[in-house]
Write a protein that binds this ligand. Structure first.
Ligand code: ADP
Ligand code: MG
Length: 321
C-alpha cells in the first residue's frame, strides 16, 4: 500500500494501458519486446531525484514530460528510434493530484513519439523517477561519441543554449529575469524537447554525437576523449536566446559552457557534409549551428569574440566531485 490507494490500483489507474507494439506490456513479470530483424536494441537509463535533478516547484505534468524527455534525448544522441520504456517510481504518497498530471505529461510525450510504457516498479519513498528507454537502430549504424575526426565541424542543435541554467540561476535568486524571460527559460528547464527526429536524420551523416545534459564543455570533453581528438569552439557562434543575450557576459558564459540540462544534440560531421547536415535539420524541423572544429591536437580551445584563443578545461558536472 502507498497511502489510501493500493500499489496495484495506482499502477492500473495511472500507468497500465493496452499493449500496442510490445508483444506484452504492463501486468506480467516481464514485458516482451520484439526489435525488427537486423536492428540493434539501444538501451538507456536516467534517474531523477528531487532536489538534485528537479526542484520541488516543478509542476507534476512537466516533471512527467521531463523524466521521459531526458531519456529520449539519449536515444536521439545514438540515432535510435524509440520503442518502449519502463518506469521505476518512488513517491511519498499515492497522491492523485500528483499522479494524474504526472502521468499526463509522461504518457503525452510517449504518445507523441508513439512509444509505450511496458512495465516498471512502484514503491513508497522519496520522490525519485527512474526511466529506462528501449530503442532500435540498424546494426552498426548507431551514432557514438567515438567517431569525431580532425577537420570535422562541430554542430549544436537548438537556438537557446544555456537557457535551462539561466532559469536555475533565477530560481536560486542569483539573477532577476523579466516575466517573459523567466517563463521562456523555465520552459527550457522544465519542458526540454528531445531531438529524436534529428538523431535519426543524422545517421550516416554525423561522425559522432552526444546529447548535452551536463554542460557544453563537459560533454564536448566526453566526445574528445572517446574520439582521441581535440577541438576549438567559437564562443561567438553559440546559439543564444534573447533572454540570455540580455545577461552580463560572465553569466552568459557560465550558462552556456557549464550550464547543463540543455538536451540539445552536439555532433560532428566533415565540412563537405554541411549541406547534408542542414537537410537533416530541416527534415527534423530544428535549427543547427556550426560552433567549432575538431582538431588533431588534443585539448579544448575557446575562441573569444575578439579572436583570442585560450585553452579550456573540459570538465562537466560531476555529482561526486
Ligand atoms: P513484480 O513483483 O513481479 O516486480 P510488481 O508487482 O512490482 O511486479 O508489478 C506488477 C506489474 O506492474 C508488472 O508488470 C510491472 O512491470 C508493472 N508496474 C509496476 N510499477 C509500474 C509503473 N510505475 N509503471 C508501469 N508499470 C508498472
Ligand atoms: Mg515490483
Amino acid at each position: 500500500m502507498i497511502g489510501a490507494m493500493g500499489e496495484f490500483e495506482l499502477i492500473d489507474r495511472y500507468f497500465r494501458r493496452p499493449a500496442q507494439r510490445a508483444a506484452l506490456g504492463v501486468g506480467d513479470d516481464c514485458a516482451l519486446l520484439q526489435p525488427a530483424p537486423g536492428m540493434q536494441l539501444a538501451v538507456s537509463t536516467d534517474l531523477l531525484v528531487e532536489g538534485r535533478h528537479f526542484l520541488s516547484t516543478v509542476p507534476p505534468q512537466r516533471l512527467g514530460h521531463k523524466a521521459l524527455a531526458v531519456n529520449l534525448s539519449d536515444l536521439a544522441a545514438c540515432g535510435a528510434a524509440p520503442l518502449a520504456f519502463t518506469l521505476a517510481l518512488s513517491l511519498p504518497r499515492a497522491d492523485p493530484e500528483f499522479l494524474g498530471p504526472f502521468a499526463d505529461g509522461l504518457l503525452g510525450l510517449a504518445d507523441r513519439h508513439a512509444i509505450e510504457l511496458v512495465g516498471g516498479d512502484t514503491t513508497a519513498g522519496p520522490l525519485t523517477i527512474g526511466i529506462t528507454v528501449f530503442g532500435e537502430v540498424p546494426a552498426g549504424q548507431a551514432l557514438l561519441r567515438s567517431g569525431a575526426c580532425a577537420g570535422d565541424t562541430l554542430w549544436v542543435s537548438g537556438a537557446a543554449l544555456g537557457d535551462a541554467r539561466l532559469a536555475l540561476e533565477a530560481w536560486r535568486g542569483r539573477v532577476t529575469l523579466a516575466g517573459d524571460d523567466f517563463d521562456a527559460t523555465r520552459r527550457a528547464m522544465e519542458l526540454p524537447t528531445p531531438r529524436v527526429a534529428l538523431g535519426l536524420a543524422l545517421r550516416g551523416v554525423a561522425t559522432s554525437a552526444i546529447d548535452l545534459s551536463d554542460g557544453l564543455l563537459g560533454d564536448v570533453g566526453h566526445v574528445l576523449r572517446a574520439s582521441g581528438v581535440g577541438a576549438t569552439l567559437d564562443l561567438a557562434a553559440l546559439p543564444t536566446s534573447a533572454a540570455l543575450a540580455r545577461q552580463d557576459a560572465a553569466l552568459r558564459r557560465r550558462c552556456q559552457l557549464d550550464g547543463g540540462d540543455d538536451y540539445e544534440l552536439l555532433f560532428s560531421a566533415p565540412p563537405q557534409r554541411a549541406l547534408a547536415v542542414q537537410a537533416a535539420a530541416q527534415a527534423a524541423g530544428v535549427g543547427v549551428t556550426p560552433i567549432g572544429r575538431i582538431d588533431a591536437e588534443p585539448g579544448l580551445r575557446l575562441r573569444e569574440a575578439d579572436g583570442r584563443v585560450a585553452e579550456a578545461s573540459a570538465r562537466g558536472y560531476d555529482h561526486f566531485a
